[in-house]
Design a protein around this ligand. Structure first.
Ligand code: PEP
Ligand code: MN
Length: 288
C-alpha cells in the first residue's frame, strides 16, 4: 500500500489528528522510546519526580530532596526560573538556584529536572540540569523548542494549558527534528470552565498519547488539580490509565512555600502517594 494512502487511513483511525506531520513523533509499530536519565529509565520504570515548585534556599531544597529520596522519588524537581503570572511574584533564584540544585544532586544522587524559559539560557542551564523542563506557557515557544532540541539533555515537554493533542505532538516533533530523541511528555491539566480545580487534568490524554506516539508520558497532578486532597487520587488514576510516571510538588514546609503553596505536599503525604501510585502501577501492569 502506498505510504500516503496508509497515512490517510491512520489519520482517519486517529480521529482528526494529522499524523502525516509527525514524521518522528508518531508511533511506528509497537516500539516505545525509553529515555535514560542516569539509572532511571523513563518509559520502562514507573518514574516519580518530586520536589519544590521553586528553589528558594539551600536548606529548603536539600532537605526536601533528602525527604523525597527517602520516600522513593527517582528524580528531583525544582524551578530556578519561575514563569509567574505577576512580574512582582517570586521569579526564582536563577544561577544561584541551579547551584543549589547541583548541591542537592551531589548529596542525594537524584537527577535534576528544572525549567528553562529563555533560549539564551539553554546552554548554561545544561551544565546543571539532567532534564530540561519546558513549561506549559512555553509549549509553543518554537525557538525554545529548537534550542532544547539541539541540546544533549532529555526534555520534559509539558502540555500547554490551551493546547490540543495535535499541537502538543507537533511541539515534540520540533524537538525531535533538531536531533534530540529524548522527549518525555507531561499532561499537566488544561483550562476548562471548572473553577474548583486549578486545571482539569485530562487523563484521557494518557491513553490517547499512547495511541499516537512512541514517547513516554507522565502526569502532573499538582498543577493538574491545584488541591492537596486531589493529588494522590489523581496520581493513582494516572498510574491506572497507563502513565509512565508522575511529577509532584513537595515542600519541606508547605506553609512557607514562595510559589504554589496551596498544592505543596509534605514529604509524608508524598511518601503515602508514592506507595499507592506504585501499587496501582504494578497491579495494572499485571493486567496487560
Ligand atoms: C512547574 O512545574 O512549576 C510549572 C510552572 O508548571 P506548568 O508549566 O505546568 O504550569
Ligand atoms: Mn508550580
Amino acid at each position: 500500500m502506498r505510504f500516503e494512502l496508509l497515512m490517510e487511513i491512520i489519520t482517519l483511525e486517529m480521529g482528526l489528528i494529522d499524523v502525516k506531520n509527525l514524521k518522528l513523533a508518531a508511533k511506528n509499530g509497537s516500539g516505545k522510546t525509553i529515555v535514560r536519565v542516569g539509572n532511571v529509565k523513563v518509559g520502562s520504570d514507573f518514574t516519580l519526580i518530586a520536589g519544590p515548585c521553586g528553589v528558594e534556599t539551600e536548606e529548603q531544597t536539600v532537605e526536601t530532596a533528602k525527604a523525597v529520596k527517602a520516600a522513593g522519588a527517582d528524580m528531583l524537581r525544582g524551578g530556578a526560573f519561575k514563569p509567574r503570572t505577576s512580574p512582582y511574584a517570586f521569579q526564582g533564584l536563577g544561577l544561584k538556584g541551579l547551584k543549589i540544585l547541583e548541591k542537592a544532586r551531589d548529596i542525594t544522587g537524584l537527577p535534576i529536572v528544572t525549567e528553562v524559559i529563555d533560549t539564551r539560557d539553554v546552554s548554561w542551564v545544561c551544565e546543571y540540569a539532567d532534564v530540561l523542563q519546558i513549561g506549559a506557557r512555553n509549549m509553543q515557544n518554537f525557538s525554545l523548542l529548537r534550542e532544547v532540541g539541539k541540546s544533549n539533555k532529555p526534555v520534559l515537554l509539558k502540555r500547554g494549558m490551551h493546547s490540543t493533542l495535535e499541537e502538543w505532538m507537533n511541539c515534540a516533533e520540533y524537538i525531535l527534528n533538531e536531533g534530540n530523541p529524548d522527549v518525555i511528555l507531561c499532561e499537566r491539566g488544561i483550562r476548562t470552565f471548572e473553577t474548583y480545580t486549578r486545571n482539569t487534568l485530562d487523563l484521557s490524554a494518557v491513553p490517547a498519547v499512547r495511541e499516537l506516539t512512541h514517547l513516554p508520558i507522565i502526569t502532573d497532578p499538582s498543577h493538574g488539580t491545584g488541591r492537596i486532597g486531589l493529588i494522590a487520587p489523581m496520581s493513582m488514576a494516572s498510574a491506572a490509565c497507563g502513565a509512565d510516571g508522575l511529577i509532584v510538588e513537595v515542600h519541606w514546609k508547605p506553609a512557607e512555600a514562595l510559589s504554589d503553596k496551596e498544592q505543596a505536599l509534605t514529604p509524608a503525604q508524598f511518601e503515602e502517594l508514592a506507595k499507592k501510585a506504585r501499587a496501582v502501577h504494578k497491579f495494572v501492569e499485571g493486567l496487560r
